[in-house]
Design a protein around this ligand. Structure first.
Ligand code: PLP
Length: 362
């Protein structure tokens, strides 16, 4: 069983407005703050939308609260696969509704994220033992198996109209505060976030530009948009761990939305993600996880040109669930090892942050 009925239609602005009502009491309206540093780099006013201070430490509660809130009475419980943040969000929304929640994760899931799921009262299943490099695919298969075996409703992290509509509530907050925004930079994985933001923002302001940003290796949505059909580039470890995993051969909603509504997709290297994590910390005092800064890294590296047309830019800072030791190591400029070296692991070379290393303002 999946959360969306087979006849469900693609979400609209009305669904995003309904999602905001369902999320009330659980979902926070998050701050939008200016960044002098990133504005200087962009050559335009740049604002940070801080969903890293959202309930559960990521925006994923927006979609989860809406999907769980829309379940029919008598639902036995929910199950999902996740890179961590969606699982914690589903667990939190289910706990509030008094429902059982099972979360399927891969072996690659950082400790901080496993603990977040457990602390929210969910049952944890770690799939992917013998699936080196395909952990998310294994977690997905396990979630679908459990849904059938135990009569649970499966809530996709990105390919569900209720989840997409929930993530779209970010666009409502952005454009209510700053109707003059010209561009929104959005970290991109399965596309629930970018698709939801794009559909809501463009319904309100058709001229707005939405730019997705992913890591260069293993970005399934970016590769699928480029190919014009769903493709699976395989999973690669990344500092942006929340952005890894396939978008599903049976993708029904998020691929079509992203393909139609994203104006551009930028790809960034691991070293650029590393530098952007340092910059947002040392320049703006913000602790966040790697996935969040792909949009900023696209700006500093020149992979995205968000000032054409000119106008204020908002970058969505999507979560703060990073292992504190890893974050501290990056702030000290140490090398970071990702994944299992026997299965495509890699090392991101470190470098201490100095203001003098700032990329030149353009
Ligand atoms: C899930 C997630 C994303 C990407 O969202 P999609 O809807 O899968 O594109 C970005 N950042 C963080 C922190 C996430 O947890």
């Amino acid at each position: 069983m999946t959360a969306a009925a087979p006849s469900a239609a693609a979400p609209t602005l009305a669904d995003v407005l309904a999602a905001r009502r369902r999320g009330a009491g659980l979902v926070q309206t998050t701050p939008l703050i200016g960044s002098r540093f990133f504005s200087g780099l962009a050559g335009a006013e740049l604002l940070l939308k801080l969903d890293c201070v959202q309930t559960t430490g990521s925006f994923k509660i927006r979609g989860a609260a809406n999907a769980v809130g829309a379940l029919p009475p008598g639902t036995a419980g929910v199950v999902c696969c996740s890179t961590g943040n969606h699982g914690r969000a589903v667990a939190t929304a289910a706990q509030r509704a008094g429902l059982r929640a099972v979360v399927c994760l891969s072996e690659a899931t950082p400790l901080a994220k496993r603990e977040g799921v457990r602390a929210a009262g969910a049952e944890l299943r770690v799939a992917g033992d013998d699936f080196a490099g395909q952990g998310q695919e294994a977690a997905q298969a396990e979630a679908t198996r459990l849904a059938a075996a135990e009569g649970l409703v499966e809530i996709s992290p990105f390919d569900d109209p209720f989840v997409i509509a929930g993530q779209g509530t970010i666009a409502l907050e952005l454009l209510e505060t700053r109707p003059d925004l010209a561009t929104i930079l959005v970290p991109l994985s399965g596309g629930g976030l970018a698709g939801g933001i794009a559909l809501a923002a463009k319904a309100i302001k058709p001229s707005i530009r939405i730019i997705g940003a992913s890591m260069a290796q293993g970005a399934a949505m970016a590769a699928s948009i480029a190919a014009g059909r769903v493709v699976d580039p395989g999973e690669t470890p990344s500092l942006a761990d929340a952005l890894t995993g396939p978008i599903g051969p049976g993708n029904r909603w998020s691929f079509d939305l992203c393909r139609r509504l994203l104006d551009d997709v930028a790809l960034v290297q691991e070293t650029e993600i590393y530098r952007a994590l340092q910059a947002i910390y040392f320049e703006d005092g913000i602790v966040c996880e790697g996935a969040c800064v792909t949009g900023l890294a696209a700006l500093t590296s020149g992979a995205a040109q968000p000032t054409r047309p000119p106008g204020p830019i908002a970058a969505v800072i999507t979560g703060r669930n990073i292992d504190t030791r890893r974050h501290a190591a990056i702030m000290r400029g140490e090398n970071v090892s990702l994944g299992d070296p026997r299965a495509g692991g890699l090392t991101v070379p470190g470098r201490p942050y100095h203001a003098a290393d700032r990329p030149p303002a353009r």
